[in-house]
Design a protein around this ligand. Structure first.
Ligand code: ATP
Ligand code: MG
Length: 372
């Protein structure tokens, strides 16, 4: 097993106006499950392919443990990759598919058979080893693809959206299985997905990318609770964080008549940039709906457009007048409420649920004074 280090790793394609992967700095600890997540085209697969040796590195280095692998061919890197389309050989049985790489590597037959049997046991595939891919379910095929990686006992697993061909229910089950399997094997894993829920539930840490640039690395808790910028705030979490661009006042800002005081450090940082506005982020679950009788508590007036009642919770899609404009606001409320289209509500955010970002750079504004 080994750690993985991207050190200013860059990949440029001629047809693009920015690098597909730009000076990526990322340290993945030995045994860690790291998820690369971000919207389509942000450079996740390219990063993974650079680590696999399937894509050139134009500048910077990549290390596995203390070996510089930047220019090593894929076969010398001691990695195993699981792709989105499992690419199983249709004419081979599950067992032969799993053992194929070992056969190519001229491993002794008994040892190869032992490894395939062991992987099949781990993956619950014992009864399917003689079947060809076409008579396996999607989930079973996915597990054969996993098995093919496991038998190689590599230093690092690389997985590129391995669950995207499965239906929603199977995807949720398999995601738990992969995460617990990885913990059991303790093999360093880099996992790519565009699905932020998958990222948050599977990763020890999550690396969020946008336009080839790493935005933030942290535990799921960290990136959710303290997004480093407005993009991460809006990308991580479902439904998405409400983001508002609001005028900066002397002591904070106002959301449609609702005064939002800002910590002194944030205010100073925003004023220091000479900004006239601030970006405020509030997650749907951080709004409370004020009761009709409660006219003492200041609130934001919203009108309900649509009601999405999932049973346990209700998402209210609403419109509010914010400054001179109308803004869409998503609010989470308890399920089975008496909400209807056109109804007026007053809502207020919890103080700790207000995220402040620079309207200029998008970066999170400091909440506390920087130590002198
Ligand atoms: N071989 C290539 N030649 C030219 N451009 C490429 C090549 N491979 C990738 N790109 C471009 O590089 C950018 C990053 O692609 P990449 O496949 O890494 O994105 P991704 O984050 O994996 O997206 P997705 O979630 O859609 O799989 C995209 O703009 C893509 O069009
Ligand atoms: Mg991809």
């Amino acid at each position: 097993m080994a750690s993985v280090t991207f050190d200013k790793a860059t990949r440029c394609f001629a047809n693009m106006d920015h690098p597909a992967v730009c000076e990526l700095d990322l340290e993945i600890a030995d045994g860690e499950f790291m998820v690369l997540v971000g919207p389509s085209g942000c450079g996740k697969s390219t990063s993974l392919r650079m680590l696999a040796g399937l894509e050139d590195v134009d500048s910077g280095t990549i290390r596995i443990g203390d070996r510089d692998v930047t220019h090593l061919p894929p076969k010398d890197r001691d990695i195993a990759m699981v792709f989105q389309n499992y690419a199983l050989y249709p004419h081979m049985t599950a067992a032969d598919n799993m053992g194929f790489a070992l056969k190519i590597a001229k491993m002794r037959k008994e040892e190869a058979r032992r490894r395939v049997a062991e992987a099949a046991g781990i993956l619950g595939l014992d009864d399917y080893l003689d079947r060809k891919p076409k008579s396996l379910s999607g989930g079973q095929r996915q597990r054969v693809a996993m098995g093919r990686a496991i038998v190689r006992e590599p230093q690092v697993f690389l997985m590129d959206e391995p669950l995207s061909n499965l239906d929603a229910k199977l995807r949720v089950q398999t995601r738990t299985q992969i995460a617990s399997l990885q913990r059991r094997l303790g093999t360093t894993t880099v996992y790519v997905t565009h699905d932020q829920v998958e990222a948050l539930t599977m990763g020890d840490r999550v690396a969020v990318m946008k336009d080839g640039v790493l935005q933030q690395v942290g535990t799921p808790k960290e990136v959710f609770a303290r997004p480093a910028n407005a993009f991460v705030g809006g990308f991580i979490g479902s439904p998405a964080m409400n983001l508002f661009r609001l005028a900066l006042t002397a002591d904070g800002t106002e959301l449609g008549g609702l005064v939002l005081p800002m910590p002194r450090a944030a205010l100073q940082a925003a004023h220091a940039e000479g900004a006239a506005e601030v970006t405020v982020g509030i997650r749907p679950e951080q709004f409370g709906v004020l009761s009709t009788g409660d006219l003492q508590t200041p609130g934001l007036e919203v009108v309900i457009d649509t009601v999405e009642d999932t049973g346990a919770v209700t998402y209210l899609h609403t419109t509010a007048k914010v400054g001179q404009e109308l803004a869409q606001v998503v609010v989470r409320a308890p399920g089975r409420g008496t909400y209807g289209k056109g109804k007026h509500l007053r809502i207020a955010p919890r103080a700790e649920g207000v995220h402040l970002f620079s309207a200029t750079t998008g970066l999170r504004l400091p909440a506390a004074e920087a130590p002198a």
